[in-house]
Design a protein around this ligand. Sequence first.
Ligand code: GLY
Length: 265
Amino acid sequence: MTDRSFRFTHAISRRPSASITDGLRAVDVGTPDLALFQTHHAQYIEALRDTGAEVTLLDPLEPYPDAVFVEDTALCLPEGAIIMRPGAPSRLGEAAEMAPHLRALYGEVREITGTESYIEGGDILTTEREILVGRSARTNAAGIAELRARVADWGYSVREVITPKGVLHFKTDCSLLDATTVLATERLAASGCFDGYQVIHTTEGEEAAANTIRFNDLVLMPAGFAATRERLVNAGYTVREIGNSEAAKVDGGMSCLSLRFTPTR
Ligand code: GLY
C-alpha cells in the first residue's frame, strides 16, 4: 500500500473573483463577502504550502463566477491529468482555462470530449485502490464511462456510485483521510459505497464537515464543526481549520478549492 492518494508535491488554486457573488448555489443563504472569502482562501493556500507543497496560484477569472472551485475542472493522477467536462453549463469553459496549466506540469494530459459526457471533479474520490465516481446532477453515466476508458491503461478501476439526491457532489459528503479511511456523512455511508474502508462519520448536524482534504500531514477542514473535529483528532489526524463561511454560501468546500497532485513527466 502506498500513500499516493494523499501525499502530493503540487497544488493549483485560483483566487476568488468579484463575480463569486453570482456563483451557483442550491439555496440562497446570502451573498458571499469577497474580502472574507479572500482571507479564507489565503489561509487555505498557506496551509497547503506549510506541508511543503509547491502551490500555483492562478488569477481570478471574472467571466466564470465558480472558477475558484478548480477541482471540478480536472482529475489529477500520478500518470497524467484528465480534463473534465463540467455538467453546469456556466462552468463548461473553466476546463479549457485549466488545461494549459496542467500541460505545463504534466507529460500527459487527456480530455473528456464526448458531447454527451459530463463529469466534475467534485464527484470523484481517488483512493489507493480505486476511483469512485458519484453520478449526480453534474456527472452522468457517459462521463463516467469515458473517464473509465481514459484511465484504463494506467491500471485504474473506476467504480460508479451515487451522489445522494439533493447533494451537489459526491465529495460534498465524504473525503479521504488516509489509504484505508474515509470521513463520510451517515447518509452517504448508508449506501454501502464504502464497504471495505474504515469510515469515520461526521456527527449529527455536522454533515457540512464531510468535505475535508487530507494533504500530506494535514487534514484541512472547514471551521466550526467541533464534534467532528474532535473525532478526527482522537483518531490521530493533525487538523487545520480553515474559514469556509463564504465558500459554503455557493456550495463550496475544502476539496473544491484546489487540484492536488504529484506530476510525472
Ligand atoms: N458553486 C459551485 C457549483 O455549483 O459548482
